[in-house]
Write a protein that binds this ligand. Sequence first.
Ligand code: C2E
Ligand code: CA
Ligand code: CA
Length: 567
Amino acid sequence: MKVKEYTVPELSEYLESLRSLYDIVRLVAPESCRIIELDHDSYAFGRKCFGCWERSERCKTCTSAMALKTSVAQGKVVIKKTSQFSVYSVPVRLRGANDVVFPCVIEMVTTHRNSIPVTYTDDRQDTLIVPAGSGASGTGADQFATGKTDLLTGLPSWAEFCQTTRDIFIQSPSEPRVIVMTDIWKFGLVNELFGIESGNTILRGMADALRDSGLRYESICRRGSDHFIMSFKSADYSEAKLTDLLMKLSSMFTESVCRIFLQAGVYRANDLTMPLSSMCDRAKLALNAIKEKTKFMISEFDQNMLDRLVHEQHVLSSFRSDLEAGEFQVYLQPQVDREGSIKGAEALVRWIKPDGTIVPPDSFIGILERSCLISDLDRMVWDLAAGYLAAWRNIAGKDFYISVNISPLDFFHIDVISHMENLVRKYGIDKKSLHLEITESFMMSDTEKQLRIADRLMEAGWILEIDDFGKGYSSLGVLKDLNFNTLKIDKSFIDETENQERSRAILESVFEMTKKLRMEVITEGVERKEQVDRLSAMGCKTFQGYYFDRPLPVPDFISKYLSGSEA
Ligand code: C2E
Ligand code: CA
Ligand code: CA
């Protein structure tokens, strides 16, 4: 496992975010058995860290020491007379002042409390250390949740819910449970449009309705303004009853405020040793999966949701360092005429892990786009492509080009045009040899603005290609309105022409139109000879697809397509 490195402010922020999930979250230096206190930009070694464990056994089974030694996260369950703790230790590296980096460990502790309260004693002073509040800090924004009761609804607070629910779980630990978290769709908008007091009326009404609903939950609370969380014995949970209730609640406020739309995330907990906060997170994850899809009312957690989240976090946490380490490489897929003679190539990125695993772009481009990191990657790809064009000036044909993909998000983060102009200057290449691919969906999303971008690129002399034509909501009207050089017809369009006369007729008219407008066409995803023949008959002169070749590593591309060319 790669141990992640943080600066002091980054780690402070990360620890803060974890505090809503665990009872104790702290940073320790296991070698000196000390807690590391972080304060804005500085850190200090504080008191000894083993205060809450038995002195006699404290180091023998220290998960943090083990995590430090192995560079792998470690967990254990500790049972003391009346209580049970889960400890999870994650090794990290802290970058302090003067760039001094040292290893330390994040300790996350969950207490499964019984009737007798647990005390944490400081080793030196024997004073009581109060844990971070049963994970209660997660409701930070909620001014009504104080102590044991949520003052707005009269329901238990999140802290109280955690304590009660854990106590219930400890009494019947083998009984599976179901955690349900409800959400009011766009509740912020309800507050905005009808006022906070109307929002509060809805929340109070919902709490009352849940209390009177007859649902056989064991515990309930409100959390983070508009979420209600309930824990059920598995045998007492019924999706049908929950659906009925959500439907009833949705129309309950139509007269007094407005009609609302409710959704619920559900997590079936079979292993009750998992921290309760993690169970609730999983219900939330299930909820998030349908948040933008109003046709779904209830969503159950499944492992894929967590895997996706873990993958997303992995991509985000390792992207920058892996980019610097050269793990992102460019593959080139040839674009050829019907005889297979090379015309140009599309640059397609690949993430190649040190063990040789190749991660395809579809599994990280979207994540990088959502987190505004895509332009870092794209700039690297454009730079490499321009560098190849310069280096191959004498071995590739004079019309040889490389097409690069431009993410729609790039236009928001960088000045694409001036970046491209700089590249052309830097490498002394002809700008006509670096083709720019922009997706059709981008061109259609905010037409006026997008058209201006396309016009500026064309006016500046760039070759502009419309990518993925036919994949989304394309229409022939697009061709009329947009100013560009080349249309790249998506694979799905070609697949559909197999047996469907209609699609074929549309495709034929696309070719007719592009001919009249003097635009080039490239068909992508060509996999069979019949496709090449049919498309050729329609007038297609450039093909890209597995029938001819897959995207190739650069050395393979050179030896297959360029090494025979004249110098
Ligand atoms: P795209 O731009 O439409 O690229 C064409 C994709 O179709 C490539 O997938 C290519 O390998 C695949 N393909 C080509 N011929 C065939 C075929 O005959 N059959 C099939 N089944 N597939 C074929 P790839 O390389 O996995 O890229 C997927 C998408 O990721 C690209 O779609 C593009 O949207 C994005 N992408 C790739 N590289 C970059 C990049 O450097 N920057 C950005 N922003 N996006 C990139
Ligand atoms: Ca493309
Ligand atoms: Ca495409």
